[in-house]
Write a protein that binds this ligand. Structure first.
Ligand SMILES: CC(C)(COP(=O)(O)OP(=O)(O)OC[C@H]1O[C@@H](n2cnc3c(N)ncnc32)[C@H](O)[C@@H]1OP(=O)(O)O)[C@@H](O)C(=O)NCCC(=O)NCCS
Length: 147
């Protein structure tokens, strides 16, 4: 599994995987905005030249937010998610971020387990944050500074 930066030619893959995976998917324009943003790290996981997943993290001040991460179903449980998160963390740190934040659906056990394994802790709950279905968001945080 290789991790590389996303390219304009990845936007078909990213938009389609997003549409298959989320009830309220990001639009292609949203992804293109992040691709072109100097504050974003937009990464692709690929296996034998085939895209398997993506992640987008965005810097705001000294905080990075993990906006989006998704791995295609047939590539799951093979470490792609973990590699994408750890590369986002490394890049956020190299940009000077002191912590990374994210939101996840309360019922999303695979993602919550991935984030716990990557060292994130629960910071709080945002009630009824998501639609379709309405659901709480769990806010998670990981410090990036050396202790
Ligand atoms: C969450 C997601 C990105 C994980 O990707 P992945 O490539 O399968 O994850 P990895 O193989 O790197 O797994 C890393 C760890 O996460 C946890 N994990 C991943 N999938 C899990 C599952 N289905 N059940 C329980 N734990 C899981 C495990 O701790 C795993 O480590 P292990 O395999 O050594 O036990 C993937 O399930 C996905 O794309 N889901 C749909 C989109 C989504 O929900 N994105 C998150 C939005 S906030």
């Amino acid at each position: 599994m290789e991790i590389r930066r996303a390219l304009p030619s990845d936007m078909d893959f990213v938009t389609e995987l997003e549409r298959q995976s989320f009830s309220v998917p990001w639009s292609r324009d949203g992804f293109v905005f992040e691709l072109e943003s100097p504050y974003a790290d937009f990464l692709i996981a690929e296996e034998d030249g085939e895209p398997a997943g993506f992640a987008v993290a965005h810097l705001a001040g000294d905080e990075s937010e993990l906006f989006n991460i998704c791995v295609a179903e047939r590539f799951r449980r093979r470490g792609a998610g973990e590699r994408l998160v750890s590369e986002c963390l490394r890049l956020a740190k190299s940009r000077g971020a002191s912590r990374m934040l994210l939101e996840v659906r309360a019922s999303n056990k695979p993602a919550r387990a991935l984030y716990m394994k990557a060292g994130f802790q629960v910071l709080g709950i945002r009630r009824d944050y998501y639609e379709l279905p309405k659901e709480d968001a769990v806010i998670m945080e990981r410090e990036l500074e050396e202790k």
